[in-house]
Design a protein around this ligand. Structure first.
Ligand SMILES: Nc1ncnc2c1ncn2[C@@H]1O[C@H](COP(=O)(O)OP(=O)(O)O)[C@@H](O)[C@H]1O
Ligand SMILES: O=c1ccn([C@@H]2O[C@H](COP(=O)(O)OP(=O)(O)O)[C@@H](O)[C@H]2O)c(=O)[nH]1
Length: 240
């Protein structure tokens, strides 16, 4: 009898803030976060090293603040603080699930969480702890998708897994185009040239330059995360 083995040793999971909302209008939905953490635990228990970048869109989006006349950089710092709140909620849920999670922030907020120090993050991952990267890249005018690409490259992740509400990259935004069809795989150049709105161009460009593939999959589909980690046919692969 043969046992299936994970296709990846170290991965970076990008969860959008909205993924934590579940069916709520904003904030963090407890049942949703618990379900997600259970899926992460399954993968960690198979020996896969998992780092997470979490967004903040469920609490605050810098662009929205900027659009109503607020200074964009200030609004972005609020957005980054929102990701810290989500990180704390996620790490708490992970601890309750028996995982050991460590939050590391890109902005100094040391009474709350430890700062991001790359060698320390690598050490935690080697020890089987889940590292949650908070505060995005620490810079305004960026997104947590770019933070996912950056941290993914820094920790030598083999794959960035982008969890979304859609089950892959489509020829157009499936929310507004019911005729859009899903790609099984596509290149970074194609994704950038066609301006496929699933991730921002900065994130795509960074992954392209570092030859770090991205798998886009649905967070709403039970077991999809594990299937991606096992290398099964799920979602869309964006590759160099
Ligand atoms: N070509 C495309 N293929 C798939 N999704 C797309 C595409 N263009 C835009 N989208 C949208 O991008 C979103 C990406 O999901 P997600 O990252 O969770 O959202 P956000 O970053 O806005 O929080 C999807 O909800 C989808 O509607
Ligand atoms: O490196 C970063 C990452 C995030 N943000 C701010 O934090 C908000 C929340 O992040 P994001 O929109 O990426 O979250 P998600 O869509 O994944 O929930 C963004 O709108 C930005 O305002 C930022 O300024 N720099």
């Amino acid at each position: 009898m043969s046992y299936a083995r994970p296709a990846h040793k170290r991965i970076l999971l990008k969860l959008s803030g909205e993924a934590l909302m579940g069916d709520d209008a904003f904030g963090i939905n407890r049942a949703t976060i618990v379900r997600m953490v259970q899926e992460v635990a399954e993968v960690v228990n198979m020996g896969v090293q998992v780092a997470v970048v979490i967004g903040g869109g469920n609490i605050f989006r810098g662009v929205a603040g900027g659009s109503v006349g607020m200074d964009r950089a200030t609004a972005d710092y609020m957005g980054m603080l929102a990701t810290v709140m989500n990180s704390l909620a996620l790490a708490d849920a992970m601890d309750k699930q028996g995982l050991v999670a460590r939050v590391m922030s890109a902005i100094a907020i040391e009474q709350v969480v430890e700062p991001y120090v790359r060698p320390k993050a690598l050490q935690y991952l080697e020890e089987g702890k889940v590292v949650v990267f908070a505060a995005g890249t620490g810079n305004p005018f960026f997104t947590t998708d770019t933070a996912a690409a950056l941290r993914g490259a820094e920790i030598g992740a083999e794959l960035v897994l982008k969890a979304t509400k859609v089950d892959g990259v489509y020829t157009a935004d499936p929310k507004t185009n019911p005729d859009a069809t899903r790609y099984v795989s596509l290149s970074f150049d194609e994704a950038i040239a066609k301006n496929l709105g699933i991730m921002d161009a900065t994130a795509f460009a960074l992954c392209r330059d570092q030859k770090l593939p991205i798998k886009v999959f649905s967070i709403l589909k039970n077991g999809a995360f594990k299937r991606v980690v096992m290398g099964e046919d799920e979602g869309t692969l964006v590759h160099a």
